[in-house]
Design a protein around this ligand. Structure first.
Ligand code: FES
Length: 116
């Protein structure tokens, strides 16, 4: 069973924006909030050349990377064609307006990559 780490409230994430969550090891995680109030989490590291996705433009359920404008799906981390690649995805739980991330994923996923 997952153990959840409480991060913030949904309201702490700007609508159509993002919030960075630093980790002890590896790149930060970017929490995204869409216009319809869904929350998604991806590694703050674009699959192209590592751009900070948290600084991209959120539209629909996607984010446009600020460096070279690749479109990354927030739900699956996949780059949209013709681009190819996948951002590391983290599981999000939202309960009573509180956003939590899976503690095991936070401490294990992509921790060997250099932090940005
Ligand atoms: S680093 Fe994201 S599109 Fe190039």
């Amino acid at each position: 069973m997952a153990s959840w780490k409480t991060i913030c409230r949904v309201d702490d994430i700007p609508v159509q924006g993002a919030r960075r969550v630093a980790r002890a090891q590896g790149p930060a995680v970017a929490l995204f909030r869409t216009a319809d109030d869904h929350v998604f989490a991806l590694l703050d590291h674009c699959p192209h050349k590592g751009g900070p996705l948290s600084q991209g433009i959120v539209f629909g359920h996607s984010v446009a990377c600020p460096l070279h404008n690749w479109t990354i799906g927030l739900d699956d981390g996949q780059a949209r064609a013709p681009d190819q690649g996948c951002a590391v995805r983290f599981t999000v739980q939202v309960e009573d307006g509180q956003v939590s991330l899976d503690a095991d994923e936070l401490s294990t996923l992509a921790t060997r990559m250099a932090a940005a």
